[in-house]
Design a binder for this molecule. Structure first.
Ligand code: FE
Ligand code: FE
Ligand code: ZN
Length: 187
């Protein structure tokens, strides 16, 4: 098709994100199920509910634009979910698998952040503030999800540090690394 205006571009991008969000509604439960950390599972389950709301918000956006809510296969999200499935099929200890799931989930959030930043700005440029505000609301939710995942990852690394190093008082990475090395050389 010919994309001959910013309006058309916005519509095309929205169809892509609509598909991406719908794929995520199916994919996030699998990631939550594969997670061991209660914190991680809770974060993913919470984001699943948020994602369902984002699907509805997109339907509201289509409505405001007067175009039918139609999805167009999002190759990007399809690929990110494939990579996530790939990583979850690996054999890994529980904590390491949790770190891998976080890596996959953060790839997803960053893809969405880029996509929503674009459509938010397009709507803004087109003077449709109502749509721009709705899209920014979702953008902020994706940013929040990303930050939450970083928080969970940091906690996981800390716990893993306690398992490998003794008396994990040090919070700086170099100090922790030295601690591990000393312990290993003594053993
Ligand atoms: Fe989303
Ligand atoms: Fe896409
Ligand atoms: Zn998301």
């Amino acid at each position: 098709m010919k994309i001959d205006s910013l309006e058309t571009l916005l519509q095309e991008e929205l169809k892509d994100i609509y598909d991406a969000e719908k794929r995520l509604v199916k994919a996030i439960p699998k990631m939550a199920k594969a997670a061991t950390s209660g914190e991680l599972r809770a974060a993913l389950e919470e984001h699943l509910e948020v994602t369902k709301g984002q699907v509805q918000r997109l339907e509201e956006v289509f409505d405001l634009l007067g175009t039918p809510a139609k999805a167009k296969p999002c190759a990007g999200m399809k690929g990110l979910i494939e990579e996530s499935d790939e990583v979850m099929a690996h054999d890994a200890t529980e904590s390491i698998m949790d770190c891998a799931i976080i890596g996959a989930a953060q790839r997803v959030e960053h893809y969405e952040m880029a996509a929503y930043g674009t459509v938010r700005t397009l709507a803004e440029r087109l003077g449709n503030n109502q749509v721009a505000d709705l899209l920014e609301e979702t953008l902020n939710e994706e940013k929040e999800a990303d930050l939450k995942l970083t928080e969970v990852a940091e906690q996981l690394y800390e716990e893993m540090g306690e398992m490998t190093a003794s008396g994990g008082e040090a919070t700086e990475m170099p100090a922790k690394k030295t601690g591990i090395r000393t312990r290993t050389s003594r053993a």
